[in-house]
Design a protein around this ligand. Structure first.
Ligand SMILES: [Zn+2]
Length: 126
């Protein structure tokens, strides 16, 4: 095995993207290249950056700032109950649109209060 750095092709939100200078191992018998564990982490970090995925720190900040349990956060965001914990422990990627949505709620407490109280619901049923 030869360790080298080369560009690595993968997909991001349905598009083919090329991650630069990724650490890989090349088999000197069949000439095939494989990501090393470090290379794999590099690809993940690059994809996170590219897709503007919200970080686990930001998700935790969202919970802390509004004193929410993961269950409450899931209810307010209208997502599955287990989704939030999958996001928090990094097992599931948060979409770019959901990331920007949560970031907006972190930045604008008034927007969060409106979402939590859903005044349009009262208006609709009145
Ligand atoms: Zn081989």
């Amino acid at each position: 095995m030869i360790v080298l750095k080369a560009s690595f092709k993968t997909t991001l939100e349905g598009k083919t993207v090329t991650v630069p200078k990724v650490e890989m191992e090349r088999c000197d018998q069949c000439n095939e290249s494989f990501l090393t564990p470090a290379g794999s982490r590099q690809v993940d970090a690059w994809l996170d950056e590219q897709s503007e995925t919200i970080t686990t720190e930001e998700l935790q900040q969202f919970l802390d700032q509004y004193q929410l349990t993961q269950k409450q956060a899931a209810e307010i965001l209208r997502i599955g109950e287990k989704n939030f914990s999958r996001w928090l422990n990094g097992r599931q990627r948060v979409s770019a649109s959901m990331s920007n949505y949560i970031r907006t709620l972190i930045a604008v407490p008034q927007a969060f209060e409106i979402l939590r109280n859903k005044p349009w619901k009262t208006t609709a049923s009145a």
